[in-house]
Design a protein around this ligand. Structure first.
Ligand code: MN
Length: 341
């Protein structure tokens, strides 16, 4: 099977040499890790574990319950829950892999200052735009739909395919499924399906994974989704929709971490809509958290960067606002009216 690779040969050789002798290795996903972040970090963990390295995945904060079934998820150290141990582990690391993000600040303030103080070798594996330059070895390619697919190709380049065992394959598959919206987003290529085919050959339980990822709603979560959908507003003249949830509504349905995952996509499922946003109120942090999604060449990364202190990909991005929820919605509508007519 042929896989495209645009990876820098000297970086490949550099990483091969780096991991050719036993090392102490930390692997880090971004804050509020999603399926791709946990899938790629744990996938790499299972591979490196077979090579005499001492390996630790350190998540900045807790991952959502729907990912707890992942092999070795119970071995993940959560920085915010155990700062002392996590800081020690980081300070002892010979290598720090950062996956599915490309600026250290995506790990949160406290973890960022620890990472910035380290005298260690960073390796970045990521598919977001505008990578920072903290890593000695940077594997960054925005044409990939997921970090997990990029990781799979990198492992081929490193001649480590034989170490992608069933546990690693299940993790890598999870990230590809979640970041591709179950193979429907535009960056899903023939290569994506070829990678998935080879993962299934390695023993991936694909129906079980889909079941674990998508058939796990609580009653409260569905009620919360119902409320978010009732709150949906359509701006047909701007091909735009948006949804929101107030903190009171989140509390009313006993909101848990990860409950609103995927809600934003409903805004795009309406005929004639190519831009949507989902606003959630967080009074404790004093911010409105915003997710943006779009279709085709409508660029939400640019929109989030310009107007809402965020960023991401062309069709999926995040941002925030420190105004109140009603003020944020008014501001959003006026920006839409002036930029999207
Ligand atoms: Mn990703």
């Amino acid at each position: 099977m042929y896989f495209r690779s645009m990876m820098n040969k000297s970086d490949i050789e550099g990483v091969k040499t780096l991991i050719s002798t036993p090392k102490r290795i930390s692997i880090i996903p971004h804050r509020n890790p999603d399926g791709d972040a946990m899938g790629s970090t744990l996938g790499l963990y299972h591979v490196l574990k077979q090579m005499q390295h001492e390996v630790q995945v350190i998540a900045p904060n807790a991952f959502p319950d729907f990912l707890a079934w992942m092999p070795a998820a119970d071995q993940v150290l959560v920085f915010e829950e155990n700062k002392k141990k996590a800081t020690e582990k980081l300070q002892q690391s010979d290598i720090v892999f950062t996956l599915d993000f490309n600026v250290l600040s995506r790990t949160g303030d406290a973890m960022t200052s620890v990472l910035e103080s380290l005298d260690t070798t960073f390796v970045m594996i990521d598919h977001h735009q505008m990578p920072a330059d903290y890593a000695k070895f940077t594997f960054s390619d925005t044409t990939y739909g997921s970090t997990c697919e990029l990781l799979y190709i990198l492992l081929q380049e490193l001649d480590l395919d034989a170490l992608i065992n069933k546990d690693a394959a299940n993790c890598i598959y999870t990230g590809i499924v979640t970041d591709s919206g179950s193979f429907r987003f535009p960056k899903t290529t023939s290569q994506t399906h070829q990678v998935v085919a080879s993962l299934i050959e390695k023993g991936v339980n694909n129906p079980e994974i889909h079941n674990a990822l998508f058939n796990n709603s609580s009653y409260n979560r569905l009620q919360l989704l119902g409320r978010a959908l009732q709150n949906m507003v359509i701006l047909p003249e701007f091909r735009t929709s948006y949804l929101y949830l107030t903190e009171d509504e989140l509390n009313q349905f006993h909101h848990k971490k990860g409950d609103t995952e995927g809600f934003v996509n409903y805004g795009l499922s309406i005929d004639g809509i190519d831009f949507t946003a989902f606003f959630t109120e967080n009074k404790e942090e004093g911010i409105i958290k915003i997710s943006f999604r779009s279709l085709g060449d409508v660029d939400v990364n640019e929109f989030a960067r310009t107007h809402f202190e965020g960023g991401g990909h062309i069709n999926a991005a995040g941002g925030k606002s420190t105004l109140s929820l009603p003020e944020t919605l008014e501001r959003f509508k006026s920006i839409i009216a002036s930029t999207k007519s």
